[in-house]
Ligand binder design. Structure first.
Ligand SMILES: *[C@@H]1O[C@H](CO)[C@@H](O)[C@H](O)[C@H]1NC(C)=O
Length: 133
């Protein structure tokens, strides 16, 4: 009886030790592989275990698609055409999302052709190009 208990203890200890060791080896490998790899591995681990509806902070991790969370996906409200400014706000056909607002890049003087492309005071946006004619 006593030896059975001892055996069980030993096995538990062995399992704990081997788990710790393989984890340490993995960490050591990633350190050898450089910080970049270490970061991406830990990010992957975070992404596997956490979801943004429960842990919105995971969307702030470097390499995330954006800082905001919609239906469990990280998005960027500033530029996401399907979640422009807020979750589920879709930009209609032909429009793009700039700074959280749907705009028509063919005619918008502040976002002419693309986000942030401003036509100056004399120009107007025509077919997505600033025109000074
Ligand atoms: C979201 O998009 C804006 C505009 O492109 C960009 O400046 C910002 O860095 C993005 N945020 C993230 C966390 O990717």
């Amino acid at each position: 009886m006593k030896s059975l208990f001892l055996l069980a203890m030993l096995m538990a200890l062995a399992i704990t030790l081997s788990a710790a060791t393989s984890f340490e080896i993995e960490e050591a490998k990633s350190v050898i592989g450089g910080t970049r790899r270490f970061l991406s591995q830990s990010q992957r681990r975070v992404a596997l275990t956490l979801t943004c509806d429960k842990n919105p902070k995971i969307c702030l991790v470097k390499g995330s698609a954006g800082p905001d969370c919609c239906s469990n996906k990280c998005v960027n409200f500033s530029t996401d055409r399907l979640n422009c400014g807020r979750c589920g706000k879709k930009c209609s056909f032909g429009k793009i999302c700039c700074k959280g607002k749907c705009v028509n890049p063919n005619t918008n003087e502040k976002h002419c052709g693309k986000c942030g492309n401003k036509c100056n005071a004399k120009g107007s946006c025509v077919f997505g190009m600033c025109s000074y004619a």
